[in-house]
Design a protein around this ligand. Structure first.
Ligand code: PLP
Length: 378
């Protein structure tokens, strides 16, 4: 049996009849960048997330970059984030000449450890602490970080909070949606994300009109009115085609999220029935609505062996992420070393993402767990 990590073809077949006429309409109009489809998508996404402002942009990476620019982050500033995330989270900070400061993760959720955040801020001398301007919590794998405590800490130190919700659209923390608790929220519609476009696309959510105005200006080279540049922005525009696809797919997102959550529940039953609980640590579900962008298990010692074995059995898996950011070659000059963030390092060695996409069948889920049982029985 084949169980790919992700199969987008099945999803496309189910929505093809809605998408094709809309793509045709845009082709007939020859209106490809920004415009009414983008405005519609922004309004729909703002309503879905329950946030006052939403600005469509060119990718999740650009969402982070433009959010940091809107927050006024620049050379010499420090921004605190997780060392265990996709590169873009810290890359965006460094691209603006600011310094990423890492705080280790919690071992159960893989999200930023807020107690570690408080400790890091307390231990800094006043001069250095004054250079810390923002915090980027990442809602990794589709589960919100501990935002209550995080917001308290950030308000106390007057830090801007930019949520990296690239993996977490629709996830909730105590009833609040990802990307709506901080000052700004960043989303990715990369095709493999749980809400994916037909190419690169992203979104920034904002709590204030000032931030929304600034994001819209930055998106078009800081231009307002045409050819008059108030600030230095960039080309962070989103295509009408991408916006239309995202808007159509949004109508199905809750149903897909239910499918992912149901698959996670089925995995839990199957792992329990197989008696694998000691060998495979399943993802902790501590916040109210984990949307399982990924279903990531932890396997001590034998992760790579299991990954190879599953590959031979036709089961697709992935390691998110094999090298924590503080050990990446490009960040060597930040001065971090092995041992600085033990939980991030251990996660990088032990975690493995299993197929979780909504169209998976019961037989496929059983097959995955049977293969894992076979691996440990060898
Ligand atoms: C995917 C992702 C991004 C970047 O999004 P792109 O659309 O690929 O640029 C940023 N942060 C996290 C946590 C991601 O998973």
């Amino acid at each position: 049996m084949k169980v790919p990590l992700l199969d987008l073809k099945a999803q496309y077949q189910s929505i093809k009849s809605e998408i094709r006429p809309c793509i045709d309409e845009i082709c007939e109009s020859q209106y490809f960048i920004l415009g009414p489809h983008v405005e519609q998508m922004e309004a729909k996404l703002a309503a879905y997330c329950n946030v006052p402002y939403a600005v469509g942009v060119s990718s999740g990476t650009d969402a982070l970059l433009i959010a940091l620019m809107a927050a006024g982050i620049g050379p010499g500033d420090r921004v605190i984030t997780s060392p265990y995330t996709f590169f873009a989270t810290a890359g965006a900070i460094a691209r603006l000449g600011a310094v990423p400061v890492f705080v280790d993760i919690e071992p159960t959720t893989y999200n930023l450890d807020v107690h570690g955040l408080a400790e890091t801020l307390e231990k800094m001398n006043a001069g250095r602490r004054a250079t810390v301007k923002a915090v980027i919590p990442v809602h990794l794998y589709g589960q919100c970080a501990e935002m209550g405590l995080l917001m308290d800490i950030c308000r106390r130190y007057r830090l801007t909070v930019i949520e990296d919700a690239a993996q977490a659209i629709g996830a909730e923390y105590q009833g609040q949606r990802a990307g709506t608790m901080g000052d700004l929220g960043c989303f990715s519609f990369f095709p493999s994300k749980n809400l994916g476009a037909f190419g690169d696309a992203g979104l920034v959510t904002a709590q204030s009109k000032e931030l929304d105005d600034r994001l819209r200006m930055l998106r078009v080279h800081g231009m307002e009115p045409k050819y008059y540049h108030q600030i230095i922005g960039g080309n962070f525009r989103i295509d009408a085609l991408q916006a239309a696809v995202v808007a159509i797919k949004l109508d199905h997102l809750d149903e897909w999220t239910s499918g992912r959550r149901q698959n996670a529940a089925t995995y839990r039953q199957l792992f329990k029935a197989a008696g694998l609980e000691d060998r495979v640590i399943l993802p902790a579900e501590v916040q109210s609505r984990h949307i399982y962008n990924q279903f990531v298990v932890r396997v001590s010692g034998q992760r790579d062996g299991l990954k190879d074995f599953l590959g031979q059995q036709g089961v697709g898996t992935e390691v998110y992420y094999p090298v924590p950011l503080h050990l990446q070659a490009c960040f060597a000059d930040l001065g971090y070393g092995r041992g600085d963030f033990p939980e991030a390092e251990r996660a990088a060695e032990e975690t493995l993402a299993l197929p979780i996409y909504p169209e998976l069948t019961q037989e496929q889920l059983s097959y995955v767990v049977d293969c894992i049982t076979a691996f440990f029985d060898r």
